[in-house]
Design a protein around this ligand. Structure first.
Ligand SMILES: [Fe+2]
Length: 364
């Protein structure tokens, strides 16, 4: 009699298991593994859809990460091509500014954040570079770029790993820079994880292929996994619509694909300014360039409950603007600011949460 009950119970449990597996039961424990990048039923409004989802990353907590971000390094600008020259020994033109910037990045750990944010900068884990790595692209400028920035933090002047994407300048000569970025990172559009955070590089901007890669990268994480996206072109304001990315429907498709995801920020470059703004409900940070006046980079700190982004000018040795925001109800109060009494040349292109400054040049 007891044996009969055991067999019955075994069949019952097996039935429940098969029900789960085939998705018959409403409380499907595998639901997140097949979750689309955007909610079901969004119809025409849906963003790009992922077709291949293998494993879904779950958030574990305990995130404590510092990153740096910059754009438009323009290696090659102001330097004649002298084959075989080592830019670390004989720097020329914009290489000097890049090396001063890297020196600052290598030693930024321990510095106090702007007073309203509090805390000290921790050792950065990675540098993101949002395009226009070189002035015109090609083999020689790419050689110089990799000699200066390296890859893992051991090959060049930079002391931590670099994750770069290409910009419009990088294709002036040919596609060499893009091909090499793809070789180093697995694609010109690619993603990687640092702890809980998923970082997605979308090259100059997401075209059809980029949007597809973005959808796959988002489908590969649970909805509460924090995401940072970076690419070259701006989304709003100056120089945001005078190129293929701005003229097409890519921005609308990007917005739809990012909808309802935990996007902490979008980082970009292109017009050699620095600042921040809100686009489609998302915070967007323009991160400075060694070319022209805004010689700053962004320092980013992400934890489970908050995010800080602050622009540091390594020539003037001062913070230019900052943003701290809560990511959960336990996070700190939001703080947004721009340094007072800035030299007009250093004024950022900033419009976030009621804090607004305009750079000295005319906006379009
Ligand atoms: Fe540029």
């Amino acid at each position: 009699m007891r044996l009969r009950w055991c067999v019955l119970l075994a069949f019952l449990l097996l039935g429940v298991g098969v029900g789960w597996f085939l998705g018959w039961l409403p409380w499907d424990p595998l639901a997140s593994a097949s979750a689309p990048a955007t909610p079901q039923g969004a119809g025409e409004q849906a963003g790009e859809q992922a077709t291949q989802v293998t494993r879904v990353k779950q958030r574990r907590g305990g995130l404590a990460l510092t990153l740096l971000a910059v754009a438009d390094t323009h290696i090659g600008f102001g330097a004649p091509e002298i084959p075989g020259r080592d830019p670390l020994i004989e720097p020329m033109g914009i290489e000097r500014t890049n090396l001063a910037m890297i020196d600052s990045m290598n030693t930024i750990a321990g510095m106090n954040y702007p007073a309203p944010l509090g805390g000290r900068v921790q050792t950065p884990r990675a540098l993101l570079v949002a395009g226009d790595l070189t002035e015109v692209g090609g083999q020689e400028q790419w050689r110089l770029w990799t000699r200066i920035f390296g890859l893992t933090g051991k090959e060049g002047a930079l002391k931590f790993p670099v994750f770069e994407g290409a910009g419009n300048h990088d294709r002036n000569k040919n596609w060499h820079v893009r091909e090499q970025v793809a070789k180093r990172h697995g694609g010109r559009f690619y993603h990687f994880d640092l702890g809980d955070l998923r970082l997605i590089c979308l090259d100059e901007g997401p075209d059809d292929t980029g949007l597809k890669v973005l959808a796959e990268a988002l489908a590969g994480v649970a909805a509460d996994v924090p995401v940072i996206v970076y690419f070259h072109y701006p989304l709003l304001g100056p120089y945001s619509d005078d190129h293929w990315f701005g003229r097409g429907d890519y921005r609308q498709r990007l917005a739809r694909t990012l909808q309802n995801r935990r996007v902490l920020g979008i980082f970009h470059g292109h017009y050699h300014s620095t600042g921040a703004y809100r686009w489609q409900g998302l915070d967007v940070y323009n991160v400075g360039s060694p070319k022209h006046g805004h010689k700053s980079y962004a320092v980013v700190e992400v934890s489970d409950h908050s995010m800080k982004v602050a622009a540091y000018d390594y020539v003037q040795k001062q913070w230019i603007w900052w943003h701290r925001k809560p990511l959960t109800p336990q996070g700190p109060e939001e703080r947004i600011g721009v340094a007072p009494d800035l030299d007009p040349e250093l004024r950022p292109d900033f419009d976030l949460g009621g804090v607004k400054t305009e750079p000295p040049w005319k906006r379009e």
